[in-house]
Design a protein around this ligand. Structure first.
Ligand SMILES: CC(C)(COP(=O)(O)OP(=O)(O)OC[C@H]1O[C@@H](n2cnc3c(N)ncnc32)[C@H](O)[C@@H]1OP(=O)(O)O)[C@@H](O)C(=O)NCCC(=O)NCCSC(=O)CC(=O)CCCCCCCCCCCCC(=O)O
Ligand SMILES: NC(=O)C1=CN([C@@H]2O[C@H](COP(=O)(O)OP(=O)(O)OC[C@H]3O[C@@H](n4cnc5c(N)ncnc54)[C@H](O)[C@@H]3O)[C@@H](O)[C@H]2O)C=CC1
Length: 719
């Protein structure tokens, strides 16, 4: 796992060998320790270079080993031994130096990095802090403000930025190990005391208290409810105020609290879940490792409204050339300007040149004739989309993949309009499409594995986390949202206010509660769907309101708001008031309170006190129950798929892992008991009825999330 070899006569070269990214597993730590000892005891060796095999220095601790039974040599004394070595130790950094990998490099006396290296201390994203001296060493090297920023965000930086910060000594464009060996030879025999970072004082910072107070406030706001960023600030403060050895003790104390926390478990689960969704499968058995994606060099976007513009930007940023088609002249011109400005802004932020040259605009659908893939983003209207798919099927060259960004329509209906339904898949982006990380890749009953593989790969190229899902109403994300929103309306009927419901959800960790979120996305969207479904009927100011529609309880509250022209932020009024159309700041609106009172009076409902616990249980457990139904029915292939969708598409707090992981943390038996309880008192609300999978999981002893597949398979086999 780490190999010592000898080069250039006097250099001991220690190579980390733990593919793919040379993580510091127990065996690797042992290997480094033994190799280091051997090199230091060997009189022929005058200097040491540490590198990683296959062009990657080290991605840090092996996260899979984390847990109560972590074994093998501890990382802290191991890297301490490197710093106190009496021969110069040089880190040859290429690929990635992250977490414990960067801490390993920080204890070396010199750091040489390849220009393409990424460096960082991302532990905070795993619910931890850099617990192998990172919080004490980095501030001594690059100062407190820069360290605070890097450690509390976990941001990866380029070698150029690292050089600017003083984190590395040299950046090379040529062979990193060769450069490091040459460098090691040049410093053999030189004194090392000034190179030992732990011996340096932390650079003085005037107004220390004010700086830390400001940063603490910022992280509390930005990472609401997350404990790791706070511990990171506390640990860096120890570096600024305590001697090194005391600071190290503080770092260890804070680390041991984080290490066993539920938040760390959730975030580490999420790390692997993000990677697991790439190993997709379809009920047919086709999967990522049996299906070959086709290259997409040229893509078309059809419809340049809200979504089409974002998709165009994301494609261009991924280096795909785009044919952007819009029938309305005004929309086309606005889109061109919008896309240009967004690409310019993005380029300024990332320091790369904008990709406008790759986009051609047209109002003629014939322009898509020779593209490899089309993403349709016209209005959500089935007959319009059917017509568009007929046209695309006739116009496009053979083999072109036809994708729809529909958020609710049946993909099979669109595929049936084409000559090759196997080439049709859904690519369901989230607004704003160039920002949001999630992409649901929807397979219909005839979609070919190759088409799914191509959409998944294109998503990855566009920087998205793509999840393959089946074709059910609302797919996975929106389908689960329905009972969540439904419960929030029922809570209003029973005595809650939008403020109370939103506060409970925001304190849980959502960036916005359900009502603020609905105001942002537009209340008219759901209203239109409910009208098409025959659910929303005009309510008016008098007459009977029926709360039972289609055999189940229905709340027309959302429809009433829309009848008053209250569509949310876009009209300046929704569940809250915003001062003006397009306003962003939500303020309570007495009109809504009056409406709720009158509504309850009309229906003979008596408002009762509702607490935050009830809000969370009813909104979240009904959403979780729907997720379990989706798993049971096979529209998502694993709980990880659902969790990734919720974390990256719906603002589910990352440190709670996702709805499925959260359910397993709360205890599936508790979720079942509470759903049973609420369903008993609300038998006309089917979404509260615990699904078969939930009962089965509880009956099987509530296995951990990664074992649920065994139970879902059993249920599906029986169906
Ligand atoms: C490195 C990457 C940027 C590479 O990206 P890419 O090329 O895109 O490949 P991936 O698909 O992401 O990865 C390939 C493959 O590798 C797996 N993998 C990657 N990194 C790790 C890892 N660190 N551990 C395990 N596995 C890893 C990945 O899952 C893929 O495999 P697959 O899942 O099978 O597909 C990118 O991978 C990346 O960003 N990686 C993560 C980097 C990172 O976050 N590093 C930080 C790790 S945490 C750390 O280093 C902390 C420390 O070192 C501190 C050590 C102190 C520990 C001491 C604990 C003691 C505390 C006290 C306990 C007291 C308890 C008590 O009180 O009882
Ligand atoms: N707005 C959102 O938040 C999300 C929307 N979606 C879906 O994306 C699709 C588009 O939605 P929006 O962008 O919000 O709609 P939009 O109304 O902003 O834009 C649609 C555009 O399509 C154009 N158009 C209509 N017919 C056309 C045709 N035949 N050829 C070319 N252009 C045509 C219209 O002129 C309009 O500019 C819908 O299916 C919607 O359900 C999906 C995820 C999120």
């Amino acid at each position: 796992m780490a190999q010592l070899s000898y080069v250039s006569g006097s250099v001991g070269l220690i190579t980390l060998q733990n593919p793919p990214v040379n993580v510091l597993s127990a065996a690797t730590r042992q290997g480094i320790m033994e190799s280091m000892k051997k090199a230091l005891n060997d009189p022929k060796v005058k200097s040491v270079v540490i590198c990683g095999q296959n062009g990657v220095f080290c991605a840090g601790a092996d996260i899979k080993e984390f847990g109560p039974n972590i074994s093998g040599p501890s990382i802290v004394p191991l890297i301490y031994d490197i710093e106190v070595a009496n021969k110069p130790v040089v880190a040859a950094i290429e690929g990635s130096a992250l977490g414990g990998g960067l801490e390993l490099a920080l204890t070396c006396h010199y750091r040489i990095a390849h220009s393409k290296t990424r460096l960082g201390l991302p532990e905070v994203t795993l619910g931890l802090l850099p617990g192998a001296g990172g919080t004490q060493l980095l501030p001594r090297l690059i100062g407190i403000p820069a360290s605070l920023e890097l450690i509390t965000t976990g941001r990866h930086i380029t070698a150029a930025e690292a050089l600017q910060l003083g984190l590395v000594d040299h950046v090379t464009q040529s062979d990193t190990v060769d450069s490091a060996v040459k460098f090691a030879l040049s410093v053999e025999g030189e004194p090392l005391d000034s190179r030992r970072i732990s011996k340096r004082p932390c650079p003085h910072l005037p107004d220390l208290d004010a700086v830390f107070e400001a940063v603490m406030q910022k992280v509390r706001q930005k990472f609401y409810g997350a404990i790791a960023p706070i511990a990171c600030v506390q640990a860096v403060r120890a570096a600024a105020t305590l001697p090194f050895s005391e600071g190290m003790k503080r770092e260890q104390q804070l680390m041991s609290t984080l290490f066993t926390s539920g938040q760390a478990r959730a975030l580490q689960y999420s790390f692997f879940a993000q990677r697991a969704v790439g190993r997709w499968s379809m009920p047919s058995g086709a999967s990522w490792n049996t299906s070959k994606a086709r290259p997409v060099h040229r893509a078309a976007v059809l419809g340049l409204g809200t979504m089409g513009r974002g998709i165009t930007v994301a494609l261009a940023q991924a280096g795909v050339s785009v044919v952007a088609v819009e029938i309305q002249e005004k929309q086309l011109n606005e889109a061109r300007e919008h896309v240009y400005a967004t690409l310019e802004r993005g380029a300024q932020q990332s320091g790369v040149s904008p990709s406008c040259a790759n986009i051609t605009y047209s109002h003629d659908i014939q322009a898509v004739a020779d593209v490899d893939l089309v993403i349709e983003a016209v209005l959500e209207d089935l007959s319009l989309k059917e017509k568009v798919f007929q046209q695309l099927s006739a116009i496009c060259k053979p083999g072109t993949l036809l994708c729809s960004n529909t958020s609710s329509l049946d993909l099979n209906c669109l595929a049936s309009q084409t000559k090759n339904p196997e080439l049709v898949v859904g690519m369901h982006f989230f607004a704003p499409a160039h920002v949001m990380k999630l992409l649901e890749v929807v397979y219909g009953s005839k979609s070919s594995p190759e088409a799914v593989a191509t959409a998944m790969q294109l998503g990855k190229k566009m920087g998205k986390i793509s999840v393959a899902v089946g074709n059910c109403r609302g797919f996975v994300g929106n389908r689960m949202l329905k009972p969540y929103i439904e419960q929030s309306y029922f809570l209003l009927e029973e005595g809650a206010t939008p403020e109370l419901v939103d506060k409970a959800l925001e304190e849980f960790g959502f960036p916005m509660g359900v009502f603020r979120m609905s105001d942002l996305s537009g209340l008219d969207v759901g209203w239109r769907v409910r009208k098409e479904d025959g659910l929303a009927e005009p309510v008016g100011t008098s007459g009977q309101i029926t709360r039972l529609r289609g055999g189940r309880r229905y709340s027309p509250l959302g429809d009433i708001l829309c009848e008053h022209g209250r569509f949310g932020q876009k009209t300046g009024l929704g569940w809250y008031q915003y001062g003006r159309p397009g306003g962003r700041v939500a303020k309570s609106d007495p009109w809504v309170f009056n409406l709720l009172e009158e509504y309850r009076a009309r229906l003979g409902l008596t408002a009762r006190p509702i607490d935050q616990q009830e809000v969370l249980e009813r909104c979240l457990y009904s959403l979780i129950n729907e997720g379990l139904c989706i798993l049971e029915e096979g529209f998502a292939s694993s709980p990880e798929d659902i969790d990734v969708i919720y974390v990256f598409g719906y603002g589910w707090p990352k440190h709670r892992g996702g709805p499925m992981f959260y359910a397993s943390m709360v205890g599936l038996a508790t979720v079942l008991e509470r759903l049973d309880h609420y369903y008993r008192s609300n038998p006309d609300v089917p979404s509260l009825k615990p699904c078969k999978l939930l009962r089965q999981l509880v009956a099987s002893g509530s296995p951990p999330v990664h074992k649920w597949k065994e139970i879902t398979k059993k249920i599906q086999n029986r169906l």
